[in-house]
Design a protein around this ligand. Structure first.
Ligand code: FES
Length: 113
């Protein structure tokens, strides 16, 4: 086992509301913040970095504006379709996408894959 690899644990599955999202900040201050979206036992993840100007999209740490599977960036209002791979469907970076991150769910834990 590679002891130098970062801890892949992100959060418990039940910390993410089913059908909702949760932001996770890495313990490493150099690490990138993530956005986790849950549907039942399935979790998808993206960097919490807006393609418009590279800023975080949460309005408070870990909290996002989400309605009907669409997430709106709290900075300038870009809207991303979470069921369509994080594609921006409205706003200043329309047509660009969030950067996907591979995660997996194991024993009720969400881990980086
Ligand atoms: S930084 Fe997200 S819309 Fe501008």
């Amino acid at each position: 086992m590679d002891m130098t690899s970062p801890n892949p644990f992100l959060c418990r599955l039940d910390q993410i509301p089913d059908g909702g999202v949760l932001g996770v900040d890495p313990p490493d201050p150099e690490g990138e913040p993530l956005l986790l979206a849950r549907q039942g036992n399935s979790v998808r993840a993206w960097l919490n970095i807006c393609p418009h100007s590279g800023r975080r999209m949460d309005y408070a740490p870990g909290l996002f504006l989400v309605k009907d599977d669409k997430l709106t960036c709290a900075v300038h209002g870009a809207t991303f379709a979470l069921r369509e791979s994080g594609l921006c469907v409205a706003g200043p970076c329309r047509g660009q996408s969030l950067v996907a991150v591979r995660v997996q769910v194991r024993d009720g834990m969400v881990m980086r894959a």
